[in-house]
Design a protein around this ligand. Structure first.
Ligand code: FAD
Length: 441
């Protein structure tokens, strides 16, 4: 979908009144006001300062999400069933290509727009399950779009955008954890250099059960043979062909986001053609770094959406629930923690969209982008956790009931605290790279 097509689509379908209407004006977004499913009122989040394109994206995505009510996500979570209809709805209107180049059928927008898309998804009540069903298709395709060959791009990207293929991201390994540079999965040349044989194990690979493709980070030179551990890693875009020998996967039972699968993936001399290599052999770590900052921004947006969704539910419940002859929200012991959670979310929102602006700008030093994206992910994840926990507590016993959704949000909001990089590693990063303190590990 080209950019003009995308803009026409957004305008005509969702009737955004005027893209030139000043932000915060009262006549903005009437369509979404009617359709956004979880709102107490239209926006608890302050909407001033977003660009016209971000507002258009939010409007259109809200409309799609309104067809998937909380009961849909409750059932999917309980039954551990993939939300394939949701993925298909977004694909149908071209949203999976939001940040992919127009020349490849994408909308040619940036991570600023992709982040508000992901925030709108989680905030609609879809939570992390909704986000994770499409997340890798948006960010893991970034390095492919930038470094892939013409043939790779033309065969792969259109099929990911139109939803025929889903992709997953294969980085984490059980025995190396956050020490990515030590990862051991090995791809060795075979068949007179026509193919590689992959052996090793990945863990926590989201959507591997439903994906046709995996963006895989593997060693092409063993760790012992490289001078620097960042060398000898290569990135591939491979088929997940369950009929081929050497590939196995096992679902992990988990705490939240149960609608989407997370997996251990085992490779044992699994054959992949050489033309699955993205960019140059041995340059995989450098190639993937760009995508990692984008991923942090999307995760920050997802966390924010979850936090605002929880807070909206809590504020509504605190108004409705009467105990001791008055709404519980009249007690400052209930209202102040919610007000505090709101301010934390707003602060994290500014950090997040500041980071996306830097990421999308042309000439910002990579150090500044890295610090901003990591800080945003940290702050948004913490703010979301605060909001979700307080939302459960404000609901009292009902906070523990599936029907009120906030227990699901609390379970899910731990993901942005852990993945794709933990809070501790972001604190390590800022200590070292910003404060210039000695590396602690
Ligand atoms: C729901 C979910 C979905 C995921 N999806 C994907 C996916 O699709 N693809 C993928 O590749 N991965 C995925 N992951 C993996 C995720 O990125 C990792 O779990 C995460 O990077 C943490 O790695 P680890 O679990 O190995 O933690 P470990 O490295 O074992 O760390 C454990 C704990 O020790 C702390 N720690 C470790 N070293 C230090 C240190 N030097 N200083 C301070 N603290 C330290 C960490 O912060 C953490 O709290 C997913 C994880 C989850 C939970």
């Amino acid at each position: 979908m080209s950019r003009p097509q995308w803009q026409r689509l957004a305008r005509s379908r969702w009737a955004v009144p005027s893209l030139r209407t000043p932000l915060g004006a009262s006549n903005r977004l009437p369509t979404a006001r009617a359709t956004f499913s979880t709102s107490v009122r239209r926006e608890l989040m302050e909407m001033s300062g977003f660009t016209e394109e971000q507002l258009t994206v939010r409007e259109a995505i809200s409309h799609i999400c309104s067809k998937f009510p909380n009961t849909y996500w409750q059932e999917r979570d309980q039954q551990e069933r993939d939300p394939k209809e949701f993925h298909a709805s977004l694909a149908k209107d071209g949203w999976l290509g939001i940040a992919l180049p127009e020349s490849l059928g994408g909308a040619g927008l940036g991570i600023s727009e992709a982040t508000i898309m992901m925030q709108t998804i989680t905030q609609s009540g879809a939570g992390m399950a909704g986000a994770q069903a499409i997340h890798a298709n948006v960010y893991a395709t970034q390095p492919l779009a930038k470094f892939g060959t013409k043939e790779q791009l033309e065969t792969t990207i259109p099929n990911i955008i139109n939803g025929t293929w889903r992709t997953c991201f294969g980085v984490t390994e059980p025995n190396t954890g956050l020490e990515t540079l030590k990862l051991k999965t090995l791809a060795t040349k075979a068949d007179a250099d026509d193919s590689y044989l992959v052996s090793g194990q990945k863990i926590w690979i989201t959507c591997a059960q439903v994906a046709s493709k995996m963006i895989l980070l593997a060693r092409t030179t063993p760790l012992e043979e490289v001078q620097k551990s960042s060398e000898g890693l290569s990135l591939f875009c491979i088929d997940l062909d369950r009929n081929q020998p050497g590939l196995d996967m096992r679902k992990i039972k988990k705490m939240g986001g149960r609608a989407v699968d997370a997996n251990e993936v085992f490779f044992d001399n699994y054959k992949i053609p050489v033309n699955t290599l993205i960019g140059q052999e041995g340059q995989g770590f450098k190639i993937i770094l760009h995508g990692m900052n984008a991923e942090r921004c999307l995760l920050a947006g997802e966390a924010l959406g979850l936090g605002y969704a929880a807070l909206e539910k809590a504020a509504q419940y605190a108004k409705d629930r009467v105990v001791f002859g008055r709404p519980i929200g009249q007690n400052q012991g209930v209202s102040h923690p919610l007000a505090d959670a709101y301010m934390k979310l707003e602060a994290a929102k500014h950090a997040t969209y500041h980071a996306t602006r830097l990421y999308d700008a042309d000439s910002v030093p990579s150090h500044a982008i890295g610090v901003a994206c990591n800080s945003a992910k940290y702050l948004a994840a913490e703010a979301a956790f605060t909001a979700c926990e307080r939302a459960v507590l404000a609901h009292g016993g009902m906070g523990y009931a599936m029907e009120y959704d906030v227990e699901r949000y609390l379970r899910e909001c731990l993901v942005p605290r852990i993945a794709p990089v933990s809070r501790e590693m972001i604190l390590n990063y800022v200590s070292e790279k910003v404060l210039d303190l000695p590396r602690s590990y």
